[in-house]
Design a protein around this ligand. Structure first.
Ligand code: F6P
Length: 373
């Protein structure tokens, strides 16, 4: 049987994407697969996410060269060690109600002769994958997002590398904060989910962690920091998620501009909070926005490995003709779930189990209520 798999990466880039592309390619083109099961596969990389599938003109060789790339073992051999995505990405939404190009996308899939699509992405990219599946396209998903907000998977590509970046950067800030007796407010990404702030904050030993799932009281933050100083410490680190907000206030956005999925870019809470805390505590305060540094750089070993495992599992789904699903990591095993389940709701921090709203930090197990299940 002949397969022609299209593969793309959509949404915000992160570490681990190239490993997933490499292992989809290597698994699909494994000569043992071809010999033992009489299966012939081709892998076509689509550039810039869904944008490539909308923009490509399959009849025009120049357009094909611009928007697609034939992948083989030699091409992808070294990709897993690099960050970002070699195929490029975009936040293009073919189902954007302001300019619906979904039909064009389906026609191009057919004209390119693609028998299935592997979409590597987060909530937005996979919601497009799900809609295309509902239109009869053979799609499988691979989860990626540093926000870790996809439902039904315990891991999303890019998360571990982003946590490592936060830990490393806070370690650097700690030395200068200590030298100068300063308070540092560190703004991290994560959109509406607090995982990156909570686990990045705990990993880096932050003194206060503020997450979107719990609206904070700024006076209380000041009080916690003052108590710390009176106990004799010289400096403080506050990690604040870009989606966190003070009680009674709205989230802070960089601008009112929206992307194809209707999202505005969060950002700015760190500087606001730093100013307020300086006023309330009297401590000399600085703020740092880690921003896209969290998405960049070389992938951690975990992201390379998870990219590999997810890539292999995606090809398994295609061979089993089990479409409309996302590969997932659940309870220590690689598995898969319906795309619909993955995008139905955001996976947010369960406050009862993970967050201490007295200390504004991660919970200690002795204080966690027993699970009912
Ligand atoms: O979803 C990943 C993410 O990095 C979010 O944490 C952040 O809010 C957003 O993307 C930033 O988007 P952009 O790359 O478009 O600035």
């Amino acid at each position: 049987m002949d397969h022609k798999i299209g593969i793309l990466t959509g949404g915000g880039d992160c570490a681990g994407l190239n490993s997933a592309i490499k292992w989809v390619t290597k698994t699909a083109l494994d000569p043992r697969l071809a010999n033992s099961r009489d299966i012939k596969m081709e892998i076509i990389g689509i550039r810039d996410g869904w944008k490539g599938l909308v923009e490509v003109d399959p009849k025009d060789p120049a357009s094909l060269a611009k928007w697609t790339q034939n992948l083989d073992e030699l091409v992808v051999r070294t990709w897993d060690r690099y960050g970002g995505t070699m195929l490029g990405t975009s936040r293009t939404n073919p189902f954007n109600p302001k300019n619906d190009q979904s039909q064009k996308c389906v026609e191009n899939i057919q004209e390119l002769g693609l028998t299935s699509i592997v979409a590597i992405g987060g909530e937005d990219t996979l919601s497009v994958a799900h809609k295309l599946y509902n239109m009869g396209q053979k799609v499988v998903g691979i989860p990626k997002t540093i926000d870790r907000d996809l439902n039904s998977t315990d891991y999303t590509l890019g998360y571990d590398t982003a946590l490592n970046v936060i830990t490393e950067e806070v370690d650097r800030l700690r030395t200068t904060a200590g030298s100068h007796n300063r308070l540092f407010v560190v703004e991290v990404m994560g959109r509406h989910a607090g995982w990156l702030a909570l686990e990045g904050g705990q990993g880096s030993g932050a003194h206060v962690i503020l997450i979107p799932e719990y609206d904070f009281d700024v006076d209380k933050v000041a009080e916690l920091l003052q108590k710390r100083r009176s106990a004799g410490v010289r400096y403080d680190i506050v990690v604040v998620s870009e989606g966190a907000k003070p009680r009674g206030k709205e989230e802070v956005y960089l601008s009112d501009k929206t992307d194809g999925f209707g999202h505005k870019v969060l950002g700015g809470i760190g500087s606001q909070l730093a100013k307020e805390l300086e006023k309330l505590t009297g401590f000399e305060t600085r703020h740092v926005v880690l921003s896209h540094i969290q998405r960049g750089g070389q992938p951690s070993a975990r992201d390379r490995l998870m990219g590999r495992y997810f890539g292999i599992a995606a090809v398994d789904l295609i061979l089993e003709e089990d479409f409309g699903r996302m590969v997932a990591y659940k309870n220590g095993s690689i598995t898969s779930v319906p795309l619909k389940q993955a995008i139905d709701k955001l996976f947010l921090v369960d406050l009862d189990f993970y967050y201490d709203s007295e200390r504004y930090n991660g919970r200690r197990s002795s204080l966690v209520p027993k699970r009912k299940d």
